[in-house]
Design a protein around this ligand. Structure first.
Ligand code: 5GP
Ligand code: ZN
Length: 111
């Protein structure tokens, strides 16, 4: 997707503070962090949202979920962390390239 900001970040066309990358995902720090640690776990493949997932993505999703606690440990989040996936405009999604927010490192309020 040429007009997708996360595709551009993954392609290296827009700079980001990457903390992890592998064959399936790129992980970078949110530009507007809502907590001391705020990472975005983003599949390399352009998938707009959870609503576009099919069974062919099961391996990717499993990989993303299992990666979360490893990233939290890497960031020193010993007491736990929060994950958020916003879906659609009604769910507060602003970037329509699937991503998981990983937040922690301070007392989290609200959702
Ligand atoms: P959403 O509301 O779609 O779940 O979250 C999108 C997130 O992407 C927001 O937290 C926003 O701060 C972050 N974001 C938007 N543009 C950029 C960018 O260019 N670089 C980085 N690192 N984060 C971005
Ligand atoms: Zn994209």
């Amino acid at each position: 997707m040429t007009d997708c900001i996360f595709c551009k970040i993954i392609a290296g066309e827009i700079p980001s503070d990457r903390v992890h990358e592998d064959d399936l995902v790129v992980v970078f720090r949110d530009i507007n962090p809502k907590a001391r640690v705020h990472l975005l776990i983003v599949p390399r493949q352009h998938i707009a949202s959870l609503e576009e997932l099919g069974p062919e993505h099961d391996g990717l999703i499993g990989h993303m979920m299992r990666l979360l606690p490893k990233l939290a440990k890497q960031e020193g989040l010993e007491t736990g962390f929060r994950t958020i996936i916003n879906t659609g405009k009604g769910g507060g999604q602003e970037v329509f390239h699937l991503h998981v927010h990983l937040l922690g490192g301070e007392k989290l309020t609200g959702f």
